[in-house]
Design a protein around this ligand. Sequence first.
Ligand code: ADP
Length: 278
Amino acid sequence: MKAREIQIQNHMIKKKPYYLPVGDEVELFTAAYEAKIPVLLKGPTGTGKTRFVEYMAYMLGKQLKRKKGLPVITVACHEDLTTTDLVGKFLLKGEETVWMDGPLSTAVKKGGICYLDEIVEARKDTTVIIHPLADHRRILPVDKKGTVIEAHESFFLVISYNPGYQSIIKELKQSTKQRFIAINFDYPDKEKEAEIIAHESGVDKKTAADLARIGEKIRHIEGHALTEGASTRVLVYAGSLIKKGISARRACDVSITSLLTEEKEVRRAINEVISAVF
Ligand code: ADP
């Protein structure tokens, strides 16, 4: 595949994303942005972390009187992610060798939010390159070029981390963690979750409330049998299928039961929860 330079204008959040705050996360993020303290969003998958980052980029962009908001460059981290993937590399273009910035250096130079999703998945030697960026130095060393980039005024580093997957090997180093403030994300309460489900899937209020109730009940089974409960995302998916005419039970079956576990007993428990509601 031909490598392409990242176009920052393609990463602008032009429309206001729908985000329902569940606590003081908006105030905390705004204060951290102003104080230039990077943020770690901690919590299970599907609890609105990505949506929150996009919302904050839009809101802060407005506040900064930037017409189109702040851009967000998201990197889904994985175990093969190298420093080169983030920072950039030399490429052969015809006879010439040209430098191509990676997602991190693009955000550092041009400004905006760089969101490193699931940072623990990245190799440890990759994670350390964010250290000088994440503290007061706000610089990114580009070893391959022997240069250092100073971060743009509006550059902001956000990482996410799901403690549910935590194991000794997959733990963030203290030296990394302690460069951030941590904002905890959890499942919203029933009322808020119903509001989110209704907005996102378009189902009526009653169905949204029923789905939120199912979510809450499944999370109570969680401690015993499931590594993670049904996230807001899967409840939204169930709602979207219902909205398209799929029966409520079947929608829950394919978006919740079949995905959360392979264990028969636990499936039965989940099915009981669903059939008590629908
Ligand atoms: P994460 O990044 O934590 O895995 P996402 O941001 O992708 O989760 O959220 C998954 C989906 O759940 C979103 O697309 C959105 O539909 C919904 N969602 C979850 N929490 C909220 C919230 N507080 N406000 C609005 N939508 C939310």
